[in-house]
Every structure is written in C-alpha cells, then in structure tokens.
Design a protein around this ligand. Sequence first.
Ligand SMILES: Nc1nc2c(ncn2[C@@H]2O[C@H](COP(=O)(O)OP(=O)(O)OP(=O)(O)O)[C@@H](O)[C@H]2O)c(=O)[nH]1
Ligand SMILES: [Mg+2]
Length: 287
Amino acid sequence: MFCTRLSLRLQSRTHVHSVSRHSVHKLASLQRASLLPPHKVRSLLYPFSELEAHLDRSVDRSQFKLFHPSLEDMMRAEKLFCSSPSHKIDYHVSAERMEHAPALKQPEVCFIGRSNVGKSSLIKGLFSLTPEVEVRVSKTPGHTKKMNFFRVGKAFTIVDMPGYGHRAPKDFVDMVEPYLFTRKNLVRTFLLVDGSAGLQRADLIALEMCEEMRRPYVMVVTKIDKCGHGMLLTNLLNLQDVVQTQTTSCFPQPFLVSSPQFWGIYLLRCFIAHVTGSVRLTDSAQS
Ligand SMILES: Nc1nc2c(ncn2[C@@H]2O[C@H](COP(=O)(O)OP(=O)(O)OP(=O)(O)O)[C@@H](O)[C@H]2O)c(=O)[nH]1
Ligand SMILES: [Mg+2]
C-alpha cells in the first residue's frame, strides 16, 4: 500500500533523464526506487526502520526519528539534486588552505571523517542524479587531498574534505580546522563514522573538535551494508550514548547510509535541503 501510493505520487511529479555518456543508477531517484517491494522502499528511505525490529523494546526510538520528512518533502528536495540549465550542479574548485577557499555566499555543508570512511562516496551518492559531476572515490585511504567544493545551483555548496587518521594529508589540521572554525556560510558539518568499526579514537578527537567549533553538526553512520544488524546496533547505541552525554552541538539523530545501496541517501538529501533553507518542510522535523 505504502509503495503503491508512493509510486503513484512519484510518477506524476518526478522526471529523471539520463545524461548521455553517464547513465543514472536505477536507484538514484525516488521514482525508480519506489518500484521495489515495500519493505525495501522503507529501508531505502528510512534505514533505521530496518534496524528497529531488532531493537529491545525498552530503547527509546524517538531520537532516531526526529527528522522524518514526508515523501513530498523528499521529492521536493530531490529536485534540487537534478541539474538543469537554470540550476547547474558542478565541481567548482579545490583548496588546500582556508585562504584559497572560494568566496561563496550560499549556505555550505561539509563532510569530514576518517580517511576511507566514505565521504566522497556519500557525495557521489547524493549527486547520483547528475553522474556527469565527477566525485573521486578510492579504496586507498587518504585519496582526497584537498577541500573540494561542489556547487548546487545557487542553493548551496557541498564540500568534500580530506580524511583524518591513516594516510591523511600531513597538513590536515592546518587545512580543515580553520575552515571549520571560520567559514561564515558553513551551516552544517557532517561527521562520518564507519558503521562496522564504530567510534574510534580518532573519531572522538574529531567529535571534540566539532564541539569546540560551537556550530551545529550531525553524525552520519556509513557502510551500513557491510555489517550485521547486531554489530550495527551495538555501534549505533554506543554512538547515541556518546552524543547524548558528551555533546551539545550535535543533532541527536545519527543518519544511517550505504552509498552504493542508496540507503539513506534520499533522507540526507532532504536534510541538506532543509538545513540550507532550500526547501521548507511541510512536516514538523527538527534540525
Ligand atoms: N560497502 C560500502 N563501501 C563503501 C561505502 N562507502 C564507501 N565505500 C567504499 O569505501 C572506500 C573509500 O571510499 P571513499 O568515499 O573514497 O572514502 P573517503 O572517506 O572519501 O576517503 P578519503 O578521501 O581517503 O578520506 C571505497 O572503496 C568505497 O567504495 C558504503 O556505504 N558501503
Ligand atoms: Mg575522499
């Protein structure tokens, strides 16, 4: 029922064209994703729903669903991720130092996390409706060496950051800290943590840095396709506990994603559109 309603709504509103030379993945848009069986659609849209069944009854689930937009909201947000002549999505520039960062007025969001956690892959997933925008990912940690700025029309900018930890650029701190602390148009920082590894020492240091920043940030749990429900829940509940007890500027709801499987991509697109003021939500969702 959920799936049929969703698919009917989507067919009349969303049009996705594949671009010559670059094909759009079949799950990149809600329209195509909605053709899957209902339980799969739910996991794609709201990945926490998949885990919920495995959670002990005593655990308060409300924190995991604070941001729970309607389908209409997700569809409106998705349109922002479709490039058009009047709304161009493109790679803009790379910067090695804050002084080289482009002067842009539109709101900005950035992705930070350990090297290899999946920052570039997540951005590639977000931009999967515009596959002509090249976002480089690699199996080798330390691949992204500079801050890479991507413009989403005049709506907002997304910044892919180099990773910290193993094989991180030597000047990571000199590059990233000044950006995080002084970038005026930065509206959200997304701190990525590997779902199968859980919070590592380096992540706790990054968390401290985010707290010192005194600006709102959000945790994203990546690679949720790679671990079983038990392991993921253990790591997620531990993360949740740290967020509740040790943070003041972190959004209480962690976002769960698998970039190659598209789980959580639509929800995150909607959250970014919301926090950058690009869509007004019809539902009551916090941020
Ligand atoms: N299974 C799975 N693999 C992922 C996921 N996200 C990223 N990967 C893989 O993890 C590796 C690293 O991904 P990147 O996106 O390049 O990681 P990064 O955080 O940008 O790494 P650096 O640029 O080195 O800091 C690649 O081999 C990706 O294919 C995910 O959600 N699931
Ligand atoms: Mg990268």
